[in-house]
Design a protein around this ligand. Structure first.
Ligand code: SAM
Length: 175
């Protein structure tokens, strides 16, 4: 029932004024969130390919992706580790100290280790993407140029470089 509602609203979109559009957008988001909480399960493994649809699979992406068939996805959105390790102390302009990411998943011995990890997940991602699928990868200046290099080496075609302009971004830190 909710699916039909979303479809109808999208169809009439151009006829409505700005305020209605904003209201409808928030309504669509609300409906999408409801659908999510109702239907999506967190699972640790899957036996048949159909189980990956509308579920969250918890695990190491390097293992999980290997189990997915070729040419499966229309879009992959990834926010991988940024290898954001700080060699020295880093302070914000207001003198508050920046804590680097100290979780294990962001610890790589060297750029080579980070690049090997990146190549591995991107290769698998490419295999499980359909031929005209899209990949979005988030990064920071710590890793995104390495990711871009590897993307090109693997034969991805870079279409867009989307920037998020923040008021207090990393390069403005001092230290
Ligand atoms: C930059 S953070 C992304 C955080 C995410 N956008 C969020 O809002 O929670 C990188 C994430 O990748 C996860 N991660 C790192 N290595 C992974 C791997 N091999 N397989 C699956 N997830 C991994 C980490 O646990 C971490 O949550």
């Amino acid at each position: 029932m909710k699916k039909t509602k979303i479809k109808t609203k999208k169809k009439n979109y151009k006829l409505r004024n700005k305020t209605d559009q904003i209201h409808e957008l928030s309504q669509l988001t609300y409906n999408a969130e409801n659908l999510t909480s109702q239907n999506i399960k967190k699972i640790r493994d899957f036996k048949v390919q159909s189980e990956i649809i509308n579920n969250i699979i918890i695990g190491d992406c390097l293992d999980i992706m290997k189990k997915v068939e070729d040419n499966t996805f229309d879009m992959i959105f990834a926010d991988p580790p940024y290898n954001m390790q700080l060699q020295n102390e880093l302070y914000r302009p207001n003198n508050t100290k920046v804590n680097g990411v100290d979780d294990n998943w962001d610890q790589f011995e060297s750029f080579k280790h980070y690049d090997d990890f990146t190549k591995e997940w991107l290769k698998e991602a490419k295999r499980i993407m359909k031929k005209n699928a899209t990949l979005w990868v988030i990064g920071s200046y710590h890793n995104i140029f390495r990711v871009g290099n590897i993307l090109q080496d693997l034969g991805f075609w870079i279409l867009n470089d989307v920037h998020w302009i923040k008021s207090n971004p990393m390069p403005n830190f001092k230290g």
